[in-house]
Design a protein around this ligand. Structure first.
Ligand SMILES: NC(=O)c1ccc[n+]([C@@H]2O[C@H](COP(=O)([O-])OP(=O)(O)OC[C@H]3O[C@@H](n4cnc5c(N)ncnc54)[C@H](OP(=O)(O)O)[C@@H]3O)[C@@H](O)[C@H]2O)c1
Length: 349
């Protein structure tokens, strides 16, 4: 069955979605019985929309040459918001535009417009979930819409799937994780002998860190993910200021050398636990045994550990991250959404 998708944001994640669909769209169809069709792509310059499917090769070519998909043959400068969604005529919105933790735009407006247009939503952006988690869930429920957001919480790590599917009945009491690849890359480079500045430069060269790495090195990104995971998995109503936050700027080479001499590493750990007085969440650099499931993660590796009353600790780790793996995660959400909606035509897949 055809699943029509509107995409907001055509940066490394959005372009990754288009590239994957070009390369392995047929594989998705053959394996899962869904024909994933991008019917609209929006960036800051405008949008291109075609209910029969946007020409993806052209969109990628035009974006590279002119900086906006609005320069495509069917593109429209300034096309945005509700007008864009109406022209795209899609069932699903993939929201992969830049975001922030002040007003969560443009994602927050797109999300509400999508619900108003009876669409389901798959989010890579975090802003709306961090600032408006309960409202997002309520709006989705009122509209009978689904909202999936694996891409926003440490993609491609199966943070939400592990909790939702594998730990049903296990009694999750808390989690801890390495959910920010940039911070982990910087600490790994430093523990191999480099300075903090060299660690940041290497993460930027590898395409993991932003030009301005503040959100990553000061723990904002990890704290945002802790808020989303705690609210989604532990039923919390946390906000960003509720997370005690310390980044990696204060970690020195001497700290890392001292930790290593004692068989430990230093990792930026995001955590939330149920306590007698409610949920407690924090992000801070922490010493971990080198053999520990999180302590041994290097470079852009990430991991999540759930603590449960009936199964003890259950963990997942992944080798790396980046725009393409986030795009794969976003499409994983779309396929799982299609399964839930009964849009797939291959029984059992
Ligand atoms: N990269 C990752 O690995 C990763 C992982 C998890 C989550 N995310 C999240 O996913 C989102 C996209 O990340 P990215 O790495 O692809 O970022 P990016 O490369 O900086 O691209 C951001 C895209 O958003 C577009 N955009 C900004 N404002 C817009 C607006 N008002 N309307 C429509 N489009 C708008 C930009 O348009 P222009 O091209 O015209 O500037 C650009 O195409 C972000 O929210 C990010 O936090 C990223």
């Amino acid at each position: 069955m055809e699943v029509r998708i509107a995409l907001t944001g055509f940066g490394s994640v959005g372009k990754g979605v288009a590239e994957i669909l070009l390369e392995q769209g047929i594989e998705y169809t053959e394996t899962y019985g869904v024909d994933l069709v991008l019917t609209g792509i929006a960036d800051r310059g405008g949008a291109v929309a075609n209910p029969s499917g946007v020409e993806l090769e052209e969109a990628l070519r035009v974006k590279a040459a002119h900086g906006t998909v609005a320069a495509s043959s069917r593109g429209k400068p300034g096309l945005a918001g509700n007008d864009f969604l109406r022209e795209a005529q899609s069932q699903v919105l993939i929201e992969a535009a830049s975001t922030n933790f002040e007003d969560a735009e443009p994602g927050w407006s797109y999300l509400r417009a999508a619900f108003a247009n009876h669409m389901d939503v798959v989010l890579a952006s975090k802003g709306a979930l961090v600032l408006h988690f309960a409202d997002v869930m309520k709006a989705a429920e009122e509209r009978g819409a689904r909202v999936l957001f694996s891409g926003a919480v440490g993609a491609p790590l199966p943070v939400l799937e592990l909790a939702d599917r594998m730990l049903v009945g296990a009694g999750i009491t808390g989690f801890e994780g390495i959910v920010n690849a940039t911070a982990n890359q910087i600490l790994s480079t430093m523990s191999a002998g480099a300075s903090y500045e060299e660690g940041v430069a290497r993460a930027q060269r590898d395409g993991i860190a932003e030009t301005d790495p503040t959100l990553d090195v000061d723990g904002w990104d990890a704290a945002a993910k802790a808020v989303i995971i705690a609210n989604a998995v532990l039923g919390g109503s946390l906000r960003l200021p509720d997370v005690a936050r310390e980044g990696v700027r204060g970690v020195t080479r001497a700290d890392l050398d001292d930790a290593r001499s004692q068989g430990q590493s230093i990792k930026l750990i995001a955590r939330a636990v149920q306590t007698g007085s409610g949920l407690r969440a924090e992000v801070k650099p922490e010493r971990r045994p080198l053999a520990d499931v999180l302590g041994r993660l290097r470079g852009s590796e990430m991991g999540i550990v759930y603590h449960t009353t009936r199964l003890g600790t259950v963990a997942a780790t992944v080798a790396g991250t980046g725009g393409l793996s986030t795009a794969l995660t976003v499409l994983r959400d779309v396929i799982n959404l299609a399964r839930e909606r009964g849009w797939t035509q291959t029984p059992g897949r």
